[in-house]
Design a protein around this ligand. Structure first.
Ligand code: DAH
Length: 385
């Protein structure tokens, strides 16, 4: 029994002294493993007389439990010490100022979407989105561009494989001007294409949302076209306002306000030039005054002068037929819409000369024209530098 007390003291000391998990495991094996000290003593019990066997057996069981308990407790201590050490070395001070020159830059497209969204957001517009892969119906027909309409040729549309044939084939059976029939599900509902503009989001929004509607839709658009000033994929913003008493004055006020805020030029000359779009009546293209003197390009007046106009967007009062095709009453509701090219207004504001460079993924270009991610554009904090 004296032996047991000595053994216990010895084993517990080894456990308490173990400074890491591996040493503790060695101590455990030495005490309780197959060839451990306690295990070895257990094996001798069979040779003892019944009385001694009972007493020694109980003492050995108690010793085994105590040593096992000490090992478990030590293990927990070691684990939490380990965790504390890691926490101390991996500590992050979230109150430190951000690093002044992070490597990453925001692409001018991202920046422009943020800027334009901030301006219209301030005016009470919500952001809306629609799919890049559209049906012929949303992209054309519901926007008052029926199948035989010449405006379809303006858009060099990417149709999904087989879709264009489907439309042509169906043309023979279906009277083109039968809009009632088309609305119930003509081939336009099934023919798939890459949207050529963001205008289909107007239709999707009017179908699911009761007026008043005020939305801005930034997104990708596609046309089968590629040269100095066209890329097969580009970005547009679509705007739509529908209410019971919206008129041309609201359209003008809203877009003039936008031009001044976006180009950060007070009193920028804005011209509404009569135009034509099938989905608006009347329609107007918006030009801003600029100076091209000395081979440069400055938006707005230079001194009191401006010597040229730049077209920046298309707009108009939403055509009653479009409102009707969305299931709204055109006698009750009217409003305005506009669409503009994101790359175009980014090039004008930031002096980017070539459209194609937007999609070159050249990090030197991005470093030059990109924006710091922490400079979030806002009307109060400034839009872009
Ligand atoms: N969707 C037209 C285009 O891509 C732009 C446009 C013009 C949109 C007039 C409109 C609008 O909403 O009213 O050329």
């Amino acid at each position: 029994m004296d032996n047991l007390d000595d053994l216990k003291a010895e084993l517990l000391e080894a456990v308490a002294g173990a400074g890491d998990a591996a040493t503790l495991e060695t101590a455990r094996v030495a005490a309780l493993g197959k060839k451990g000290r306690i295990t070895a003593m257990m094996k001798t019990l069979g040779g003892l007389d019944p009385v001694a066997r009972k007493a020694t057996g109980q003492a050995l069981n108690a010793l085994r439990d105590e040593v096992q308990g000490a090992i478990d407790a030590r293990k927990i201590d070691l684990e939490s010490a380990d965790l504390n050490a890691r926490l101390a070395t991996e500590k992050v001070d979230v109150t430190l100022p951000a690093r002044p020159d992070p490597m990453g830059r925001l692409h001018p497209i991202t920046q422009t979407i943020e800027e334009v969204s901030a301006i219209f957001g301030e005016m009470g517009f919500e952001i809306a989105e629609g799919p890049d892969i559209e049906t012929d119906w949303y992209n054309f027909t519901a926007l008052n561009i029926p199948r035989e309409h010449p405006a379809r040729q303006m858009f060099d549309t990417f149709y999904m494989a087989g879709s264009a044939d489907q439309l042509e084939g169906a043309g023979a059976q279906l009277p083109a001007h039968l809009h009632g029939g088309i609305m119930q599900g003509g081939p336009e509902r099934e023919v798939m294409l890459l949207r050529t503009h963001t205008s289909p989001v107007q239709i999707r929004t009017m179908e699911k949302q009761e007026p008043p509607i005020r939305i801005l839709c930034p997104g990708r658009t596609y046309r089968c076209d590629s040269d100095m000033t066209h890329t097969p994929m580009f970005h547009q913003f679509e705007g739509l306002v529908i209410d019971e008493a919206t008129h041309m004055g609201h359209l003008k006020g809203c877009l003039i306000e936008f031009c001044e805020a976006y180009f950060e030029v007070e009193d920028v000359p804005v011209r509404f030039r009569p135009s034509h779009f099938p989905f608006t009546e009347p329609s107007a293209e918006v030009d801003i005054g600029c100076n091209k003197r000395d081979g440069g390009l400055t938006i707005g007046h230079q001194g009191d002068e401006y010597d040229d106009w730049l077209e920046i967007l298309g707009s108009g009062m939403v055509h009653p037929r479009v409102i009707e095709m969305c299931g709204l009453d055109p006698e009750k509701y009217q409003g305005f819409a506009f669409g503009m090219g994101c790359e175009r207004i980014a090039m004008l504001k930031y002096g980017i000369p070539d459209l194609r460079t937007f999609f070159d993924a050249d990090t030197r270009w991005l470093k030059h024209y990109g924006f710091l991610p922490l400079d979030v554009p806002s009307l109060t904090g400034g839009l872009g530098q």
